[in-house]
Design a protein around this ligand. Structure first.
Ligand code: ADP
Length: 361
């Protein structure tokens, strides 16, 4: 592989902590100048992967390359990356200026250069007016910005972000997500951001890397991963799908009929897929792609009969839980379309066969 055309290459890396496998033969090539989000539930191995790229952990086997250079055995300070952690780790007894200048002083830059670079980094994160404050005089979001400036001041080609927004409240988190994304575009460097929040991943990433149990399950753009999840786990993790198991009972040109484990049959578009009658199959339907009606079935739709078990207002939409016999389907309706829903109402769950995703399990 030509590793120098990538910002970061992780090649067949494994890491064990006593008898626990944190990373299991993980390989990943990251293009320059992209915003990468590593997404997965807690314990998936995301932080371990980031620490191995940064040099804070050593892999048991495998290699790490930064811009073509094998850095597997190099300590963190000899790698051209900087890391921003969740807990800011600012020096409490130093001003904002001194926190950001710290690394530059260690490297022996002149006073003038330090002043210029610190101002540049603090302006980037809109903290230029807080230069003489101490960390305790700043809010959580402001402290996180200083931590970012402290990493950015080194102008690293690769910035690693380990759940850096994890301690912020939701509103601030959303704002910082947009700011981080803008910053990455402006700088054109590679950002590798770890999170367990799928909305955060969808809104920030050029490329999402989905991890679970020490393995990479899928790598793709947010749209690719949402539209074509490679497994039931990915489908469910990205956007809470209805995941159904079933057996293929009939094939009619590009359409298959699946007898599901929830007590109903469903039709799916199978164009381009090689599927046999009798095979076991897993399908996903997103709650927002289902509709409900009392009786009518519009052209192009098929339906499943059910009874409303419950519904929950979620702000701009309503999540409805429909009992379908031996299981449940979740249907997400825009608020304006849910006014007639009541518990125990008989309904038709409407779906389009071309929106039923057949997962390669
Ligand atoms: P994530 O960042 O996805 O939540 P981590 O990479 O932190 O996951 O951890 C992956 C697994 O490795 C977890 O089960 C965790 O408990 C374990 N682990 C991580 N670091 C250590 C360590 N220093 N010692 C022992 N176990 C660890």
């Amino acid at each position: 592989m030509n590793t120098s055309s990538y910002s970061v290459v992780v090649d067949n890396v494994s890491k064990r902590f006593r008898d626990h496998i944190a990373l299991d033969r993980v390989s990943l090539s990251i293009e320059k100048g992209k915003f990468i989000v590593i997404l997965g539930p807690s314990g998936a191995g995301k932080s371990t992967l980031l620490k191995i790229i940064a040099g804070f952990e050593k892999p048991d086997s495998g290699k790490v390359y930064l811009e073509g250079e094998d850095v597997t055995n190099k300590p963190p300070y000899k790698r051209n990356v900087n890391t921003v952690f969740q807990n800011y780790a600012l020096f409490p007894h130093m001003t904002v200026f001194d926190n950001v200048a710290f690394g530059l002083r260690m490297k022996g830059y002149s006073r003038d250069e330090i002043a210029r670079k610190v101002k540049w980094a603090l302006d980037l994160v809109n903290m230029g007016s807080h230069i003489n404050k101490y960390p305790t005089q700043l809010s959580g979001g402001e402290q996180q910005r200083v931590a970012l400036a402290r990493a950015l001041v080194n102008e690293p080609p690769v910035l690693l972000l380990d759940e850096p927004l994890g301690q912020l409240d939701l509103k601030l988190r959303r704002r910082m997500q947009r700011e981080l994304k803008d910053l990455q575009r402006k700088l054109g460097s590679t950002f590798i951001h770890v999170t367990h929040d799928q909305e955060e991943a969808m809104s920030m990433a050029d490329i999402i890397v989905v991890m679970n149990r020490g393995k990479i399950l899928q790598v793709g753009t947010p749209e690719e991963i949402y539209e074509n999840p490679s497994s039931g786990f990915v489908a469910d993790f990205i956007g809470e799908a209805n995941i159904l198991k079933g057996v293929v009972r009939d094939i009619d040109r590009n359409s298959i009929t699946i007898e599901t484990d929830r007590g109903f049959s469903i039709r799916a578009d199978s164009s381009g897929k090689d599927i046999d009658v009798g095979s076991n199959i897993i399908i996903a339907i997103r709650p927002e792609e289902l509709m409900l009606s009392r009786s009518e079935v519009p052209e192009g739709y098929r339906h499943i009969d059910g009874v409303v078990r419950d519904y929950i207002f979620m702000g701009s939409f309503v999540d409805c839980y429909i009992d379908t016999g031996s299981g449940e389907l979740r249907v997400r309706l825009p608020k304006g379309e849910a006014f007639w829903i009541e518990r125990r109402a008989r309904v038709k769950v409407l779906y389009r066969p071309d929106r039923v995703r057949i997962l390669s399990q």
